[in-house]
Design a binder for this molecule. Structure first.
Ligand SMILES: [Zn+2]
Length: 295
């Protein structure tokens, strides 16, 4: 799964290339890519055609487009894009050969095509009504997703208060998109390392200042990743690949098992957590105090 900085790069690219463009037609060539849209491919095509793209939006790792209906105003439907493991949003000039795994194509009024390319077909498009949640308009299927640390209205004090009530491992809570969104396995490890907190420690046992530092570090690591990777995408290609490595240079601990901690020199440890790998420094992030037996 792409993490927040990668999705934000895609969002910025889509903003640059799509806003103001009108969708003239939509072609779906793989039913799996619209399986979340229960009314089917023809319904999706009929409802998007004729709308112009108003904005590309993001919350956490979730991405959607909003539309204007010519002569009417804001459309009340959003197009939610699930990037899955391998989804890409490409904006291609007319005449560029169609990619092998291009499963949805939307023709734009300037002749270009927006193509959803997804080799592994875990991703897809779905239409969802917009609803107001805590002062923001969100697709209804994302109404439960909490604000992410890069959201201007992210309320760190409130989130610290929620974390203090959680009697479970802090890493597990950081990954809970209903508490704080946009933090995946990679940036959870990076934020925990920066804040010198072991992910296995119990959230409610951590002090407010430590939790505040942790949230600030989550914000900082994603801002840094965005700065490192946010300028490297080709102007024509608006894409993301969950397995691409262009943010890797910014990582201090994730994926660095058996290598020295860049801060203290101790050997980075890899552990299993929630069926995935967690990386931490045994010296900077002592796993003791408040740690629950592994579950
Ligand atoms: Zn260390």
């Amino acid at each position: 799964m792409p993490e927040l900085p990668e999705v934000e790069v895609v969002r910025r690219g889509l903003t640059e290339h799509l806003c103001g463009r009108t969708v003239e037609s939509v072609t779906v060539t793989h039913p799996r890519s619209v399986r979340r849209h229960e009314a089917g491919a023809a319904d999706m095509a009929a409802r998007i055609t004729g709308l112009s793209v108003a904005a590309a939006m993001r919350r956490g790792k979730y991405l959607w487009l909003t539309f204007d209906e010519p002569g009417v105003g804001s459309a009340d439907t959003a197009l939610v894009v699930h990037l899955g493991m391998s989804g890409q949003m490409l904006v291609q000039p007319a005449g560029v050969p169609v990619e092998k795994h291009a499963h949805i194509r939307a023709t734009l009024d300037d002749g270009r095509e927006l193509r959803f390319v997804d080799q592994r077909t875990f991703g897809g498009w779905v239409l969802a009504p917009l609803v107001e949640v805590d002062g923001d308009l969100l697709p209804d299927l994302l109404a439960h997703i909490a604000r992410d640390p890069l959201d201007p209205r992210f309320d760190a004090d409130r989130v610290v208060g929620v974390l203090r009530t959680k009697n479970t491992e802090i890493k597990r809570v950081l990954l809970d998109q209903a508490v704080i969104s946009g933090i995946g396995n990679i940036y959870a490890d990076e934020a925990l390392w920066r804040a010198k907190v072991h992910g296995g420690r119990i959230a409610s046992a951590l002090t407010r200042p430590v939790l505040r530092t942790l949230l600030a570090e989550a914000q900082a690591v994603m801002t840094d990743a965005l700065a490192a990777g946010g300028t490297s995408f080709d102007a024509l290609y608006v894409n993301v690949n969950g397995e691409s490595g262009y943010f890797e240079r910014a990582l201090a601990v994730y994926g660095r098992g058996d290598r020295p901690c860049t801060r203290c020199g101790a050997v980075i440890v890899r552990e299993k957590f929630m069926n995935r790998s967690s990386y931490s420094c045994p010296r900077c992030q002592p796993p003791s105090r408040g740690r629950r037996a592994s579950s």
